[in-house]
Design a protein around this ligand. Structure first.
Ligand code: TRP
Length: 350
């Protein structure tokens, strides 16, 4: 096993993908293909940690797994050069998660803020899987011994846990790791987060202080990746603003969350800095800025929506991509699992 730079990231198959998922994650995934071997995983086992109505039951899970896969491909992820697959196809994720369950400490998991948020008030009724979610996530990354993990800010704590697990495993089994020919004693790498750029936190179009979310009851709060040009235009035109014209400097966006959000979206989609956007539109009314915003949204997003719809109409093709990716992922994971079993002392067929 040679030390290569490998990117791994996962997206949960729950609900509609929207502009927040696109700018916050997928755009970055596309970019990283230039410099890394990338693995992009639809984490269907993670979806199961929430109540069934969240992931839509068996039919919903199949549909959204294909939808996320279609979004990856339509956005420019190349499943031939890189690996696109769904998590449950590679049993190594769950196997390594069990071993990691015995490395991670209850105290570590008790500190995870996302569990507290997701479990809500009725913590006794949350699934055991939800509690263990970060351990499975560590296994996702480390079963490929991935070195770089593009994630949003909210996943930083989970990534730190993955680093802690890797380190404790390397420590606890150090002698055995060296005894098995890994002379550095570092069997698992310390995966590094690649936190996405500044303009990528996309807020609701109805309330600039809330994150754009699939669970917002208002369809007008978000632009879905499958929205057609007319729908995109309607949503942008209805987006909440304030009465002032646009400022000409970034400082003027402070205390103006809606203006800040729309300028951020424009900048991200046009590939410009916010300061440049304001240099161009400073002093303009929102009505004219919104025309430009509709243009850039439609130019960038409508082709993706069209391609996604084509792909979703051909589930046989999408599944074949996942199966091919799963086969290639499994080959890598199996190597790690075999070595891990040797290190831990678990007898297996050679
Ligand atoms: N927890 C991640 C999220 O909700 C999804 C995820 C699962 C993931 N496994 C991962 C991300 C491994 C990066 C690496 O966004």
């Amino acid at each position: 096993m040679t030390a290569i730079q490998r990117v791994f990231s996962g997206v949960q198959p729950t609900g509609n993908l929207h502009l927040g998922n696109y700018l916050g994650a997928i755009v970055n995934f596309v970019k990283l293909q230039e410099n890394f071997d990338c693995m992009y995983c639809v984490v269907d086992l993670h979806a199961l940690t929430m109540p069934m109505n969240v992931w839509g039951g068996p039919e919903g899970l199949v549909r959204t797994t294909r939808e996320v896969t279609s979004a990856f491909i339509a956005s420019g992820i190349d499943p031939k050069k890189h690996i696109v697959f769904n998590q449950s196809q590679v049993s190594g994720h769950a196997e390594l998660a069990w071993i990691f369950n015995c490395v991670a400490r209850i105290g570590w998991l008790n500190r995870m803020t996302q569990f507290k948020e997701k479990a809500g008030k009725d913590r006794e009724n949350a699934s055991v899987g939800l509690y263990d979610y970060p351990v499975l996530m560590a296994a996702d990354i480390l079963v490929y011994r991935a070195t770089h993990v593009p994630v949003g800010d909210d996943q930083k704590q989970h990534l730190e846990l993955a680093r802690d697990i890797a380190q404790k495993f390397n420590n606890d089994f150090g002698d055995s790791i060296r005894g098995n020919g890994f002379n550095t004693g570092l069997f698992f790498p310390q995966p590094e987060p690649l936190i996405t750029g500044p303009a990528t936190r996309v807020m609701s179009l109805r309330d600039g202080t809330k994150k754009m979310s699939k669970s917002d009851p208002s369809e007008y709060s978000r632009i879905n990746l499958t929205d057609d040009a007319d729908t995109i235009a309607q949503k942008v035109r209805k987006a909440k603003t304030d009465p002032e014209p646009l400022p000409s400097e970034e400082k003027g966006l402070e205390q103006r969350p809606e203006a800040d959000n729309l300028v951020g979206i424009y900048a991200a989609l046009a590939g410009k800095a916010k300061a440049d956007v304001l240099r161009e539109f400073g002093g303009a009314q929102f009505s004219s800025f919104k025309n430009a915003l509709v243009d850039v949204c439609v130019t960038r997003l409508a082709p993706i929506a069209t391609e996604m719809k084509k792909l979703m109409a051909d589930p046989g093709y999408v599944d074949s991509v996942l199966i091919d990716g799963g086969d290639r992922a499994r080959a890598i994971a199996d190597e790690t699992i075999r070595a891990t079993k040797d290190i831990v002392g678990l007898i297996h067929k050679r």
